[in-house]
Design a protein around this ligand. Sequence first.
Ligand SMILES: [Zn+2]
Length: 406
Amino acid sequence: MTITVLRAARVLDVMRGVLREGVDVAVRDGTIVAVGPGLDGDSTLDLGDTSLLPGFFDVHLHLTGLRSYDEGRLPDRETAAVRAAKDCAALLAAGFTTVRDCGSAIALTLRPLVADGTIPGPRIFAAGPAICQTGGHADTHHLPLEEVRRQPDALIADGPWQCRQAVRQAIRAGADFIKICTTGGVGTERDHPQDAHFTPEEITAIVEEAHRLGRRVAAHAQGTAGVRAAVLAGVDSIEHGYYLDEECVAEMRERGTFYVPTFALKTFFERTSEGGHGLPEWRLRKQREVVGAMSASLKLARAAGLTIATGSDYYGPPLRRHGDNADEPISMVRDGMPPADALRALTLHGAQVLGLADQAGSIEPGKRADLVAVGGDPLRDIEALRRVGFVIQGGNVVHDRPLRRP
Ligand SMILES: [Zn+2]
């Protein structure tokens, strides 16, 4: 096997949060084999005046193929799948080499197509259908229940045994992990982010069943009571967590529960709350409620030293377009997170959420050669994450374009 030496002006040491200069990265058979000065190989790829970073992770998104916020104008499944395939290419071109889809049937369809090279895209880890209680956040409240039960994106379960069955059904559909909803949400009509959904018995049944079958559990949890119940039942990650309190973060730190704040939504909520984007009034009202709480929760989580990972919750429409997912680390830095921490959230912590930290998330010998070269210095200017020059996936250059000057 031949060795390719990658030569960039700067290489990120994500653990220490520094960019090293004069360091080469040697790749063989899709794997990083050496990192250090003056490496030899069969060929050299000069990446120029760039910063070489580990491939990006977005651990909370949805591959839906949607292009509007209007639930009355859902595309047919084939149209949605083709659009979602295009979104995969956009994600990869933006440096995202691994994503976790937190609820969509299309992700299950696209996952093997990316893996076998049929379409370009990030490596996909998929929940398949999201599990919620009747009237919960994965339910579509204005439709007849029988119709929702026929949809492949949601599973409705009430009572511990239906919850166990739903986990088994999600795994039967191909779930890499289990997504549940332990609170209402902003985007569902007849619930509220502060509503706690599922009883502790139900959440415990889900977590037990998932863990017994080797799957992690991600909980959509916004209000404090639903976050606390999910954490105490042993879920592996809290998604959104808009209303964390001291008790929640203490329990999360104690148990090693990951936090995926989906913080780019703060900007989205601010930009759309005045109306004019086709979002219904009930949704705008809830957006205005939660947006004020998001910064405080992120600060609480940072102060407690929680492991924070980037998840945009983007799914396709304008202002939540795939390819713009660097909005997530950039929005966290704008809120006060040090850039080195945001880069860790974007790479190493994403790998940890997926249980891949031994094979991805940093530039070290033995890890997959999933790499992104960006123009400029992202520790000084986090916007550099948008200036993607090269994307390398499994050792292959899958995207390159002339860099704009920073
Ligand atoms: Zn989501």
